[in-house]
Design a protein around this ligand. Structure first.
Ligand code: 5GP
Ligand code: ZN
Length: 115
């Protein structure tokens, strides 16, 4: 837990969010400013700043974030049509919240890149 981190606070329920999934390793909640009909953020419960500090030990955790994304895509009804998973890393990557997260975005046809 990092005191100033909004995603740590959402994980611990100290801050409110529309949480759609939580288990001992990961939490998923709807993005405050959705860019598509489905826009969910999947985060590790433990504070990890970004992909830029990942260690080999975190490989199973990162895989878990992706299987959570796959299950949520099915629940959201966007699995068949397809969806996009994005992990912005660092300022030039567009990262604004420095608690690692995977964006699950779908429900419309995506163009690349988005911005
Ligand atoms: P990044 O730019 O770091 O890849 O993505 C951060 C995302 O977090 C943005 O899409 C932004 O809308 C979302 N976000 C920022 N603060 C909050 C918050 O307090 N609650 C929720 N649900 N989403 C947030
Ligand atoms: Zn955090």
């Amino acid at each position: 837990m990092t005191d100033s981190c909004i995603f740590c606070k959402i994980v611990s329920k100290e801050a409110s969010a529309d949480i759609v999934y939580q288990d001992p390793q990961a939490t998923a909640f709807r993005d405050l400013h959705p860019v598509a009909p489905t826009h969910i953020l999947i985060v590790p419960n433990r504070h990890i700043e970004s992909v830029g500090v990942l260690e080999v030990e975190e490989e199973p955790l990162m895989g878990h974030l992706f299987t959570v994304a796959r299950r949520l895509a099915e629940e959201e009804g966007i699995a068949k049509g397809g969806y996009r998973l994005i992990t912005n890393t660092g300022a030039d990557g567009g990262q604004t919240v420095f608690h690692l997260h995977v964006h699950l975005i779908g429900g419309q046809r995506m163009r690349y890149p988005m911005g």
